[in-house]
Design a protein around this ligand. Sequence first.
Ligand SMILES: [Fe+2]
Length: 286
Amino acid sequence: MGEIVLAAKITHVPSIWLSIQPGKHFGIRRPAELALTEVGRRARELGADTFLIADTHWMNSIGFHLNGKPRHQATYVSHELPHFIHDLAYDYAGDPELAELIREEIVAGGQKARVHTYQDLGLEYATLVPMYFMNQDAGVRVLPIGCNIYSTVEENRRIGEALLRAVLRSDRKVAFLASGSLSHAFPPNEIAESLLDDVSSELNRNVDHAVLEMWGEGRISEFLDMLPDYNERCTGEGAMADTAMLFGLLGWRAYNGRGEQLCPYFGSSGTGQVVVDFPVPAFHTT
Ligand SMILES: [Fe+2]
């Protein structure tokens, strides 16, 4: 019987990649680098053999999709921000077996899902940036699930529940990563560069802090009440699908675990970012 061994909400912003390149941005995201590395360390300590990643940069517009390639090997350049991320070579084992179990469970729950193994279906940077820090020796399998940008919170809750059922049917120890932003309002282009280290509005900053307080105090049901509004009013990244999947997997309103914040909240190109590790309920483990 498989297990969820770790569940975390994580940042993936390209400025973390800039932070490890020589030049004027070197070191600007050191706390986030350390937090991602710590999540990876914890996952390994807990015996994780697959990172299952809700990737808000693999944006799907119809249905739900898994990248079930047996091996992910390529060199990445971001089409969105090529000056930030380029020449990122990667080589990770994939997890076709777990991808198929997840597809089965999503379909069993009445939703549509597909597993793909196309040669040219590469990984996106919401997977690649965290994996660089968490999976340096590539010893843990990598399985991304895309985020449907037109999906609802309710749909993604059900996807999260399907992910859990699939993992429990497998023989895997899975670390689940919700790879996405808190608020996600990009500033107008003309001032974008001046907000490299900032959040684009005080409203968003305050709401993000309120969310972190709820997560830290285990007020998850209260958070879920406002998640649809939070997504809409604070310009959720990838429809905040990653967050809804995370809490769907953890038990939704029955979950009252207290998130452990692993780095200070920070702004990046107008968006609100953080890394939070959520304790996995005992009923999710064997
Ligand atoms: Fe992003």
